[in-house]
Design a protein around this ligand. Structure first.
Ligand SMILES: [Zn+2]
Length: 649
């Protein structure tokens, strides 16, 4: 993991901006996975869903940290306003055993507390009543643990120290006492960071002040939106700061950026391109949720990114990386997955939204994006988007399933429902007052999709969310001389958990001059479809616009009887020709054929019967004086037909 990450980071640093349009999906996923692996080592087998107890609702935290980027050390004062949801005599908080708790102060008095591993239990002198807001303050210090890319890291850029945090999902407790479970957002926070002068501190929300006292500077960041512990972060170094306006419907969101001075030019280009992405997401999904405060980026010592609320931390300024982290502000931050089983509500959406940037803003990359995610999703025959084992870090942040297949699940919903219904349902989900600024499960999204679509999506989710694998299509198609086309569509699922993937399927029928797109509702393997075309197709293209997750598809033209086409190869010599030419035809069969010549206006100008034998046949054709121009030579029998162009002069 480490070597892979370092390789990516160095490689990205050396690439041109153009080459940074795409961030490797593995890179994004693996980097997000790092946080899990590290934090798992501290999780001490506690339930992944839950850590500190749920008997209180956290309303507010006033977080004051004193740090120096040159030193791995933190001193903290955390005032927490909480409301017991039942009468309690004690409360548990997540807090790393590596840190020292100096005191816990309640109404001016020190409380007793117990430490057990990474749980800190505060003991009140008498029972606190339910539903009465109260507060306590923690005073602590120490050297935060770090086992890799850190919940709390100090390192260097260009010789200058930098300190940064990345808590997802269990790292917050490594540097402050908190509640890490995915069921209670802190309603608002104030963050104070005191650090030596010469540095600047980036964090969530709005910068209210930077006040110098001696050789120390204290930055005050204020954030008035609900936030889970893992999305609170700080970064401190000798940042250059600049702001870019994103104007949407007469409202300006400031994109405030804390970047390394030596990367300022790169940052200005990359973040400049992020404005169009924010405007696109605003149009598709409603205005950026924290526009009354700000959006921003803080550069940190990682190749990837982390979607800290209102202030994404990024290692570079690649187009896709910045789009991914911005997308998380709607999907992951404003609405957070309520269980790690549903991580695709964060990562599938963020991945798909980067695709939508290509779809609408940079269409030259759209098919590449889809083909890559389809290929990734189907790289193995098994695996569901639903996380069946949340104790497995690798499984939760699996780039194939939670990122690529999660994104394509959304793409297939869009295909099935149509753009209008799909986007309306997603907007309804984002506006649901029971979900906004809180947590959601997959069933919550599904209910919104069904309400707009007007149909039950149980089967779809059974196949594509809970089910594993993907379909392989086997398509046999035939045409008659009067252009009746028949398709027999077979399907084999890659995994026994799904017996059949019911999906609308698009095929394109085409020849050199025209084409038509046909969509069929595929409900069972071996299903037949017939239709009349106004032209003679020479080719069938399966799923030409890449709507489906599928692999190993077979498309075969057959005779109307279902038998294989005769194997023939045809050349016309010379071409262009004058009055006569030779049709050179190689086949493995005995065939009686009609050979005809057709003018560009569709008029038959010559016809004759020919017999061919297995092997190479040379058929001389004399057509006499015809107007110069483009013609078609057609060879056909009752079941089969082929055309070749010829120019006469
Ligand atoms: Zn992500």
């Amino acid at each position: 993991m480490v070597r892979y990450f370092l390789f990516c980071f160095c490689a990205c640093a050396g690439l041109s901006l153009n080459a940074q349009v795409f961030s490797s999906l593995d890179e994004l996923a693996d980097q997000e996975k790092q946080a899990w692996i590290r934090s798992l080592q501290h999780a001490q087998n506690r339930d992944f869903q839950n850590s500190a107890d749920n008997r209180s609702d956290i309303h507010y935290c006033r977080l004051h940290w004193t740090v120096d980027p040159a030193v791995r050390y933190i001193a903290g004062e955390v005032m927490t306003v909480f409301e017991p949801t039942e009468s309690v005599t004690s409360l548990d908080f997540d807090f790393s055993e590596a840190l020292s708790m100096d005191s816990v102060v309640y109404h001016g008095q020190k409380l007793l507390f117990l430490r057990s591993g990474n749980i800190l239990t505060v003991q009140f002198q008498s029972a606190l009543p339910a539903f009465l807001p109260d507060s306590l303050t923690f005073y602590y210090q120490g050297i935060p643990t770090s086992t890799g890319f850190g919940s709390f890291e100090v390192n260097n850029h260009d010789g200058t120290p930098i300190l940064w945090t990345l808590s997802e999902p269990y790292g917050a407790m490594e540097w402050w006492p908190c509640k890490q479970a995915l069921n209670d957002k802190i309603d608002s926070v104030d963050v104070f960071v005191t650090h030596p002068v010469g540095y600047r501190a980036a964090s969530n929300g709005i910068l209210r002040s930077e006040i110098q006292s001696g050789n120390q500077l204290t930055a005050h960041w204020k954030h008035r939106f609900p936030i889970p512990a893992y999305l609170i972060a700080i970064a401190v170094t000798n940042y250059s700061v600049f702001s870019v306006p994103a104007v949407f419907e007469n409202d300006t969101t400031h994109i405030v950026n804390y970047v390394y001075p030596e990367k300022l030019a790169d940052a200005q280009v990359g973040i400049g391109e992020n404005v169009e992405v924010m405007l696109l997401f605003n149009q598709l999904f409603g205005q950026y949720p924290f526009h009354s405060e700000k959006y921003g980026h803080a550069q940190f010592g990682w190749g990837g990114g982390m979607e800290h609320q209102t202030m994404s931390f990024v290692g570079n300024f690649g187009y896709e990386l910045l789009a991914h982290e911005l997308a998380h502000q709607w999907f992951g931050d404003m609405i957070t997955c309520g269980s790690w089983e549903d991580i695709w509500l964060n990562e599938g959406f963020a991945t798909y939204l980067t695709g939508l940037c290509f779809n609408y803003l940079r269409p030259q990359y759209w098919n590449i994006f889809k083909a890559d995610r389809i290929s990734k999703s189907t790289a193995q025959p098994d695996g569901s988007v639903w996380v069946d084992d949340t104790t497995s870090v690798a499984r939760v942040f699996n780039s194939r399933l939670s990122y690529a297949k999660g994104a394509m699940l959304l793409h297939m919903l869009r295909w099935k429902m149509g753009d209008d219904a799909f986007y309306q349902a997603i907007r309804n989900y984002l506006n649901d007052p029971t979900l906004v600024l809180g947590y959601a499960r997959t069933k919550d999204l599904k209910a919104h999709l069904e309400a707009v679509y007007g149909q039950n999506l149980d089967a779809f989710f059974a196949d594509w969310f809970y089910g594993q694998g993907y379909p392989s299509y086997d398509i046999k198609w035939s045409k008659t001389p009067d252009n009746q086309v028949k398709i027999i569509m077979g399907q084999t699922p890659s995994h026994p958990s799904v017996s059949f993937f019911e999906m609308p399927v698009a095929v394109k029928l085409k020849n050199d001059l025209q084409d038509t797109l046909i969509v069929v509702d595929h409900t069972f393997s071996g299903q037949e479809f017939s239709f009349q075309l106004g032209f003679t197709p020479t080719e069938l293209v399966f799923d030409p616009d890449l709507w489906l997750v599928s692999r190993n598809n077979l498309v075969q033209e057959v005779l109307a009887t279902g038998e294989p086409l005769p194997e023939v190869s045809i050349d016309i010599l010379p071409n262009p020709a004058h009055q006569q030419f030779i049709v050179r035809l190689k086949t493995t069969d005995n065939l009686e054929l009609r050979l005809s010549l057709w003018a560009a206006d569709g008029k038959l100008v010559h016809t004759e019967q020919v017999s061919v034998m297995p092997g190479m046949n040379e058929l001389p054709v004399t057509v006499g004086a015809l107007p110069a121009g483009r013609y078609a030579v057609r060879l056909e029998n009752q079941l089969w037909q082929v055309e070749r162009p010829i120019l006469l002069h």
